[in-house]
Write a protein that binds this ligand. Structure first.
Ligand SMILES: Cc1ncc(COP(=O)(O)O)c(C=O)c1O
Length: 395
């Protein structure tokens, strides 16, 4: 869906940045507008998505899981099978091509779970760009496998020890770098966040997920699903899926945020359940903040959902009532992880496990035979140690 005014989604979105970033954002907006309409750019991206990423990713029926959950017809959109193991690569390849078109030889990125950092380092290696990734020290500790992957791919990983030492602080540092070096540097933002044009640009690069899924579902099932479910960190894998179905009024959509250890306990990352509108990292959206507007600490078992803001288009979709936003707790997400592993032989990322955990917790309230399409945004290799420890599995 196109924003009504450039960069606006209803009353959300916009461009709230220091003067020094207006120039680079306008340059990016113009370059993106040109590339979006350029068949040569789109062909090159399509070719990379096919020959390098492995698209189209399959739509896999999850019959045993559906049976265990009381007779649901579940399909999984398998973004876990993308090269590098998550949907993030769709966006980073698009933005790395854009950087090259703009004549920028250096890219920077921020990362929480490490998947966006790995995907940025991968795209940079492929296109021969210098790459620097900012990552909070807390996330570096819980996602050390991905830190090693980025370094092997030739990226420099910069540890951010400020604040909560997670994604929010990594974004602050990346923005600082960009302000200083914008002439030769492109900032590959990892989700549908930040100032215009990022939320629309990242959504467009991820919308391939939904376009494929819709066509695949129609082809194999002869109709559309009843319900789409996807986890919402910044919100890029969910919007990537939802965008293709927004006009299909009969298709319900649920975005699942991280309920952590509970809303009442204040240890969560559920912006819609516990937040209010405000500005963070250049955009007006729902945030976790205190009464004075200070950003509140967040918590999730999954690093990729542990962020105090949500993409502005989600805030608008919620206000329109088009998408419902629900939560899955850490415990429910771990239950989703275990069920998918045992029923289908697939280890999901802990982020994606939130979508599965919500589904398992609410299956009894869905009609028998309900046709559910779950976006499996990534694979669980990076989370194996943490999931095993929490599920009491011996190493
Ligand atoms: C596998 C996976 N899924 C989901 C997310 C959450 O991001 P988004 O909401 O932008 O899809 C992340 C972020 O790191 C991730 O690595």
């Amino acid at each position: 869906m196109k924003p009504e005014k450039p960069g606006r989604f209803g009353r959300f979105g916009g461009r709230f940045v220091p003067e020094t970033l207006m120039g680079p954002l306008i340059e990016l907006e113009e370059a993106y507008e040109t590339c979006r309409k350029d068949p040569a750019f789109q062909q090159e991206l399509d070719r990379l998505l096919r020959d390098y990423v492995g698209r189209p990713t399959p739509l896999t029926p999850a019959a045993r899981l559906g049976e265990e959950l009381g007779g649901l017809r579940i399909h999984l959109k398998r973004e876990d099978l993308c090269h590098t193991g998550a949907h993030k690569i769709n966006n980073t390849l698009g933005q790395a091509l854009l950087a090259r078109r703009m004549g920028k030889r250096r890219v920077i990125a921020e990362t929480g779970a490490g998947q966006h950092g790995v995907a940025s380092a991968t795209a940079a290696a492929l296109l021969d760009l210098e790459c620097v990734v900012y990552m909070g020290s807390e996330d570096m500790a819980r996602q050390s496998l991905n830190v090693t992957r980025m370094r092997l791919l030739g990226a420099r990983v910069v540890e951010v020890a400020a604040g909560s030492r997670t994604l929010k602080d990594a974004i602050n540092e990346a923005m600082r770098d960009w302000v200083t070096n914008c002439a030769g540097t492109h900032y590959i933002l990892g989700s549908v966040l930040g100032a215009h044009p990022y939320p629309a640009l990242v959504r467009d690069f991820q919308s391939v997920i939904g376009r494929e899924a819709r066509a695949q579902y129609l082809k194999t099932e002869g109709r559309l699903p009843d319900l789409l479910v996807a986890c919402v960190g910044g919100g890029s894998n969910s919007l990537g899926l939802f965008t293709a179905f927004l006009a299909d009024e009969a298709v319900e959509m649920v975005g699942v945020e991280a309920g952590g250890e509970g809303i009442a306990a204040g240890r969560h990352a559920a912006r819609f359940a516990g937040g209010s509108p405000g500005v963070l990292h250049g955009t007006y959206t729902f945030l976790l903040q205190d009464a004075a507007g200070n950003i509140a600490p967040t918590h999730s078992v999954s690093a990729g959902l542990d962020y105090p803001a949500v993409g502005p288009e989600h805030a608008d979709l919620r206000e329109q009532g088009r998408v419902r936003y629900e939560i899955a707790s850490d415990v429910e997400a771990l239950d989703g992880f275990r069920r998918l592993a045992r029923c289908e032989g697939i280890l999901p990322a802990l982020e994606s496990a939130h979508a599965l955990g919500w589904l398992a917790a609410h299956a009894s309230r869905l009609p028998q035979g309900c046709r559910v399409l779950v976006n499996l945004s990534g694979r669980g290799d990076k989370d194996v140690d943490q999931a095993a420890a929490r599920l009491g599995v011996e190493p």
